[in-house]
Design a protein around this ligand. Sequence first.
Ligand code: NAD
Length: 527
Amino acid sequence: MLNVPSQAFPAAGSQQRVAPAGQSRNKVVLKPGHSLLDWIRLTKSGQDLTGLRGRLIEVTEDELKKHNTKKDCWTCIRGMVYNLSAYMDFHPGGEEELMRAAGIDSTDLFDEVHRWVNYESMLKECLVGRMAVKPSPALQAHTEKTESTHLNGLSAPPSLRPEPLSAPLPAKDHRPRYDWFQTDGTVNIVVYTKRKIPSAGCAVVDLQDDNLRVEMLLGRMSYLLYWRLSSRVQDHVDVQTAHSVGKVQLCLRKSVKEKWTQLGQSLEHHDTFIQCKDRGLFYRECVLLSKTDVTHNTQLLRLQLPPGSRMQVPVGRHVYLKTSVQGTDVVKPYTAVDQMLIPPSQSSAEVGSDIHLMIKVYPDGVLTPHIANLPIGASLSVGGPEGSLTLRVLRDVTHLYMLAAGTGFTPMARLIRLALQEFTVIRKMKLMFFNRQERDILWQSQLDELCTKEERFEVQHVLSEPADSWTGRRGRIDACMLQNFLERPENSKCLVCVCGPAGFTESAVQLVRQLDFSEEELHVFQA
Ligand code: NAD
C-alpha cells in the first residue's frame, strides 16, 4: 500500500474542478458526506431522485423552463432531461454553477466545462425523460456529437454510412487526404496530412474486429478515417511516419491472400476534418503492464494498448481513464508522459503501443485508490487523446517558462523533451516547480541531472510545507518569485506555460498578466 496523506476528494483543484482557459469557476469545499463516492451510494440507494417514481416523461421546452430553482432544477443535455436537485450539494463546481443550467438546454455549457465527464452514468437516476420538442439548432449539432460518442464507443457497433460526411473545407485546402494500395499480403493506407508532423507523431489507430478507425491529431483539428474493412486482417497495424513531409503510412496484413476490390465501407464521420473538441471520445481496453513508484504517493503506470491499436499522443495532450465504481462509470483525465524525462529513442516499430501515465493516489478518492490496487494484467478503459496545446505556440519562442505545481508537472515533462530536441531556437527553458514537501517532487533526480547536462535548462523548486532542513525557496507562488524568474531579454519571444491545482493556476495566470505578458505568451494546461 502507498503511504498517502489524507485529503478530500476531488482534491481541491483537481481536474474535476479546473475551469477552461481564462474562465474562473467556483470551487467549493464539499460538505462532509457529499463526495463522489457518496453520490454513487445515493444513486444506488433506491431513493427517487427525479420525483417521478421511475417514470420517464417527454418534456416540452415550456415545461423545462418551469424547473429552474435549486429545489426543482431540471436541465437538458443532448436531448435528455435530468433533475439536478439532488446533485446540487455533490457538484464539485458548486450549486451556483449548476444553477446556470437550470431550466435550459445546457449542452454547450456542459461541453465547455467538462464534456469528458460521463454524465449519462453519473446522472442516470436523475433522468426525467427526453425533450419532446424539435431540438434547437444547437441541440441538433450536439445530437450528432452524441451519436459519435456512442457509436464510436466499444459497446455499440457503428452503422454503415454509404457516403462520407462532408466537413466544411478550410479556406485553403489544408484538408488531409488519403490513398490506399495493396500487395498480395498487405493493405496499405497512406495519409497526406499536408503539414509537418512532430516527432511524437499524430496518429491514433484502432483496429477492432473488422473496423479500422484512424485519427490524425493535427493541432486543433482532427482528421478521421473509419471503415468496416472488406476482409479480415491480422491484429497488428504498422504505422510509419515521414515527419518532414507529413505522411503517415499504415500497413495491414491480410488474413487471406486475395485481391480486395475495395478497402471497405465508410462508417460514421469517415473522412471528416473537424475540431478535436467536436469529435466524440473513443475508448479502447488497455492492459496494465507495470506500476513504478515515482514518489511516496505517485505511480508511473505503463499501459499496453490492444494489438490493433497504436496511439501517438501529441505533447501536452491527455487521455481519459474510465472505470466502473459500484456500477457508475468514473472518468478522469491524465496527461501522457514518457517513461523518463529524456528517454532513449525508441525503435519506430514500437512507437505507440504503450502509454505512460503518472497517477497520484488520493486516499479518499474514488478512481485513484482503485487504480493503485489494480493488479498487473488488469484492464483499463482509455479514451482520447484530447487537449488544447498546439505546437504553433512554440514557434519562434526563445524563452520558455514553465510554472508547474504537483502533478501539474506532467504536461511539462514532454514539453521539456520536445523543446530540447526539436526547438533549437529556444535559448532558455526554466521550470519553477511548486510542491508541498521535498518527497513530493516528481522526477527530482532526473530534473537535477538534466540541469547539469543541459545548459539551456534550469529548474527552481519551491516548497509550501518544507522541512526545517530545506534550504531552497519556500511558500506559494507570488509576484516577487516571478519577477526575477520571468525575465524578458531584448529580442526575445517568451511563452509561459502554467499547470497545477485550480487555485495555483488562477494565481499564476493573474501574476503573469500583471507582469505584462500577453494572452499569446501564456498557455494554461487544462483538461
Ligand atoms: P498539491 O495539492 O500537492 O499542490 C502542489 C502545490 O501547488 C502546493 O505546494 C502549492 O505550492 C500549490 N498550490 C496548491 N493550491 C494552491 C492555491 N490555492 N494557491 C496557490 N498555490 C497553490 O497538488 P496536486 O495534488 O499534485 O494537484 C495537482 C493538480 O494539477 C491537480 O488538481 C490536477 O488536476 C492538476 N493537473 C492538471 C493537468 C492538466 O490540466 N493537463 C495535468 C496534471 C495535473
